[in-house]
Ligand binder design. Sequence first.
Ligand code: FAD
Length: 423
Amino acid sequence: MRTTAVIIGAGHAGLAMSWCLAERSIDHVVLERGEVANSWRTERWDSLRLLTPNWQSRLPGYGYEGDDSDGFRTMPETIEFIARYASVIAAPVRTHTQVTRVRASGEGYEVVTSQGNWQCDAVVLATGACNVAQVPALAAALPTSIDTLTPVQYRNPGQLADGAVLVVGASASGIQIADEIQRSGRPVTLAVGEHVRVPRMYRDKDIQWWMDAAGVLDERYDAIDDIERARNVPSLQLAGSNERRTIDLNALSAIGVKLIGRLAGINGEKAQFSGSLRNLCALADLKMNRLLDAIDVWATENGLDSEVVAPHRFEATRIEASPPLGIDLSRGAIRTVIWATGFRPDYSWLDVPVLDRKGRVRHDGGVVDAPGLYLMGIPFLRRRKSSLIDGAGDDARDLSAHLASYLDKRAVAPRSSQAVLSR
Ligand SMILES: Cc1cc2nc3c(=O)[nH]c(=O)nc-3n(C[C@H](O)[C@H](O)[C@H](O)COP(=O)(O)OP(=O)(O)OC[C@H]3O[C@@H](n4cnc5c(N)ncnc54)[C@H](O)[C@@H]3O)c2cc1C
């Protein structure tokens, strides 16, 4: 089979790109191994709600139309939202089509799938940033009597044995899961590494509203000093709920979650934790206050001070005087460990030499280091908001323009010069 462009993945990123290619009358298909919105259907826990408000799920040619624009979608609502987008834009999605190999072929690419092969000029990798839960190597040393789960496997507390739970990682997934499990009656210890603290509400408005309005989410990848670092910053400690609750470390301590340092090692039956907890929390408090300072300056400059409550600051993170540096894992002290230690993409099927030594795709703002190959949906791809639903539209517009110009140049260029066209 032949087409001009193949988009791999029918999440919101692949669909946004499909809309943009259709606008430009570029013939394409969207190949999806499951159903549309597969990641939301199969890889998320039951109680999860989007941490971005409804108004913030803007996609090209599509947006929120209900009467709760400040609410937070449940998983069924998120799936419905993305599935309806595919249907409204009549995206040419081939579901249950797993891509097993992409390789250079002739002047374009061959895409090998479970439903036959495609030959095309350009490929868009929109397979998601969170395909695999990252588990640290030290997990292998955990006693086999302890159950382990990742956020991709976790569904609800009822899945867990009774008894204490160690949640490792205090970013969005870790804090939400720790909160839910503690409330289920299982005592939770939360191992806290580097994290990004933000309040849900500030000066009567949602923190996402401030970051959107003040242009923080639009910051571009080529205007950031250390983009490698920015791409690896942990997710914000945020959760969506009807009550607009802030779930930070203070809120977790208040319901009885025990805070402990970063998990540093496992030695026999003993888990060892770093002594850096106090410093990491002080740093997160400092960075949160810097963000709030920037928001306050922006509010003043834009004449908002009279419309919202006055600037204020939140209590510093409370840490007990000497948090323990070890836990004895024997005798059932910990029954389950949840590795909320981040996610990574899976490119095991990508047979084009564009991966760096850490397995990440080499790219410049989504233009991959191989002619006609593009990337979507990963953190800070082109903008701070790139991995959010709300970030896909602008990235897809930029990258579809690049893709169209690549095809145009290719149509007129002699074959020998085609290797340099993507630059
Ligand atoms: C727990 C969690 C909570 C999040 N909460 C929010 C939030 O509140 N708001 C927000 O804006 N963002 C949120 N995100 C972030 C964001 O939506 C995700 O990063 C999202 O997965 C990126 O969208 P995507 O379309 O790039 O990828 P995905 O939605 O993961 O879509 C990729 C698609 O590619 C398919 N695929 C993968 N490999 C293949 C293959 N080999 N062949 C064929 N198909 C393939 C998958 O089945 C999937 O359908 C959250 C992410 C996670 C993990």
